[in-house]
Design a protein around this ligand. Sequence first.
Ligand SMILES: [Fe+2]
Ligand SMILES: [Fe+2]
Length: 308
Amino acid sequence: MTVIIQQPELLGYQEEDKQAPLSDDDVHELVLDGEFVVPETNSFGHTFRDYNAESERKNTVEEFYRMNHINQSYDFVKRMREEYGKLNRAEMSIWECCELLNEYVDESDPDLDEPQSEHLLQTAEAIRKDYPDEDWLHLTGLIHDLGKVLLHPSFGELPQWAVVGDTFPVGCSFDESNVHHKYFKDNPDYNNPSYNTKYGIYSKGCGLDNVMMSWGHDDYMYLVAKENKTTLPPAALFIIRYHSFYPLHRCGAYRHLMNEEDVENLKWLHIFNKYDLYSKSKVRIDVEKVKPYYLSLIEKYFPAKLRW
Ligand SMILES: [Fe+2]
Ligand SMILES: [Fe+2]
């Protein structure tokens, strides 16, 4: 693997913005408790959070969204897409990227003592069990979170708010279904008349492909897959790109921007989301056993080396 070390350039955040790692799935479990069933015990067999831990973590999550909502402006997203769209930071295979995430230990997560990549394999294997014939969906499960390498020092070590959490369109008004919506008031776009109407710079049914989403691991992995000419079907790219777009796939917000193709793809995203959420299971995956299968899928849908 060739990793090009590069300092992050003017990306609009300060060193002190960096927070302890927090996975997007954590954010959902904490913010949206009650919307779905949270497992009763964590990997250590303890309850997920005691009272103090919970209040402490809730503050962390709220602070995460405060930073996210203030900083994810149209201009910020445009800069990030341009910068990371160059794909000049590393050359590696899909599997090497899985292993890179493996090295990345989420120290702040008290519920998970497993490598990040375990979540990827658990998601993929759960889908494989229920949809044995949709091999593209298995691979989508494996790769959907690989964009989290943005947290890695080799990728500029972006702050959490620029990598994980719910995503939403920029360039039009922020829908109220976005969690902690109140913090958008300090986003520079909030009072910009070009960006703060229902349609903003977009038009009815323009298609999500024409909509700029807040920057994070979803859009980055979409760019990587597309630019490296994956042969995965459009539904796979849609899942990768919008799996954190909870305002849409959970709340039905922003549907006025969708076109017919988006409506079709959204059905697959709903299916996928179930497996993404429940993936923190205690079922450990025998990596060496399933590795040949996933390597064969990677070979089928991706070049041997990708530009990242
Ligand atoms: Fe994700
Ligand atoms: Fe995930």
